[in-house]
Design a protein around this ligand. Structure first.
Ligand code: AHM
Ligand code: MG
Length: 344
């Protein structure tokens, strides 16, 4: 019989590395894995929603149908509430933090920030979407946890990861000791270790950016894109352009094959589009742990000061050499903010 290791087994095994651990983080990761399986089930039948529901809005259980991002949000919050290891959830779907005020949860020591369904505009067209999560220790000592507990620097993350609902479903996470990937085996309903110790290639041949926004990009980004497109045999250029429009899917591919993903400031998104707390920081933690690099075009993402729950940041992330080269273009052009954008 072939040997395999489930996510649950792997988490317990890793816990043994920390003799004083009480298993809370392990249980929290397990709760996220459970919610991921439920969301996966719904994402997989997304195209059937209208067929199964009466008049398009009521499902066969008589419940009103919801958009999948709202559904995913509820599933993750509910799993974290029931698990009892998390005192506050911060979600892309909620304007304010969600304190889990029941008797057990309010004393829990972890905070979870989450983008429950990233790239959800891709759901209707059967393209891969994802969930991104980030875990912090609560910093306040007494009383209910607050927003201050959430607004921590990315370097303070205890764990982070993503789930990709793609041609197969995978959960990839780090606790700061490398990155491991687990593929869901639908026949047994378990995530099984399939990608141990993931490493992103130091250099790559893929660039991922929404080139439709080209005219609104800063000069340094425009020049980097042109660099990617120029023919040069010595550096294997021109590079390949791949952009799915789901950050999780684009980054997952680049993590495996090598590449750079850029979402810069644009004229219409002067601070960038992606959110620091539950998109950029967790992905930066994963990519750094896999040997890659993540900056805002100049400064390390994980070092950025977090002032607002839904704060945005430009992001340059992926293979170390590619990100450093893009940064060099940014530095040379001397642009980072909206005011600096040069419309060529
Ligand atoms: P979402 O969290 O509202 O889905 O938005 C985030 C998504 C990312 O997954 C993706 O990289 C980006 O938005 C795509 O944006 P654009 O359509 O501007 O290229
Ligand atoms: Mg998102």
């Amino acid at each position: 019989m072939p040997e395999f290791k489930t996510l649950g087994q792997f988490i317990i095994e890793k816990q043994a590395d920390f003799p004083y651990a009480k298993g809370e983080l392990s249980r929290l990761l397990r709760d996220i894995g459970i919610a991921a399986k439920i969301v996966n089930r719904e994402v997989n039948k997304a195209g059937l929603m209208d067929i199964l529901g009466n008049s398009g809005s009521i499902n066969i259980q008589g419940e009103s149908q919801q958009k999948l991002d709202i559904y995913a949000n509820e599933q993750f919050i509910s799993a974290l509430r029931c698990g009892g290891e998390c005192c506050i959830v911060a979600s892309e779907e909620n304007e304010n933090i969600i304190p889990l005020n029941d008797v057990i949860s309010q004393h829990a020591k972890y905070i979870v920030a989450i983008d429950p369904l990233d790239g959800s505009s891709n759901i209707d067209v059967n393209v891969a979407v994802g969930t991104i999560f980030s875990i912090y220790h609560r910093v306040s000592q007494n009383g209910p946890a607050t927003l201050e507990d959430v607004l921590q620097c990315g370097t303070q993350q205890v764990a982070a990861g993503y789930i990709i609902y793609g041609s197969s479903t995978m959960l990839v996470y780090t606790t700061g000791k490398g990155v491991n990937g687990f593929t869901l085996d639908p026949s047994i309903g378990e995530f099984c270790l399939s990608h141990p110790n993931m490493q992103i290639p130091k250099d790559g041949l893929i660039y991922s950016i929404n080139e439709g926004n080209y005219v609104h990009f800063p000069k340094g980004v425009k020049q980097y894109i042109k660099y990617c497109q120029v023919e040069d045999k010595a550096t294997n250029r021109p590079y390949t352009s791949r952009y799915i429009g789901s950050m999780v899917a684009d980054l997952h591919r680049n993590l495996i094959k090598g590449g750079i993903f850029i979402y810069p400031v644009t004229a219409s998104a002067p601070n960038g589009k992606l959110r620091l707390v539950y998109e950029c920081n967790p992905m930066a933690f994963v990519i750094e742990q896999a040997g890659g690099r993540a900056t805002n075009g100049k400064d390390r993402i994980l070092d950025l000061e977090v002032n607002k729950l839904h704060q945005r940041s430009p992001i340059f992330i992926g293979s170390e050499k590619m990100v450093m080269r893009a940064e060099a273009f940014m530095e040379e052009a001397g642009v980072l903010t909206f005011n600096d954008i040069v419309n060529l």
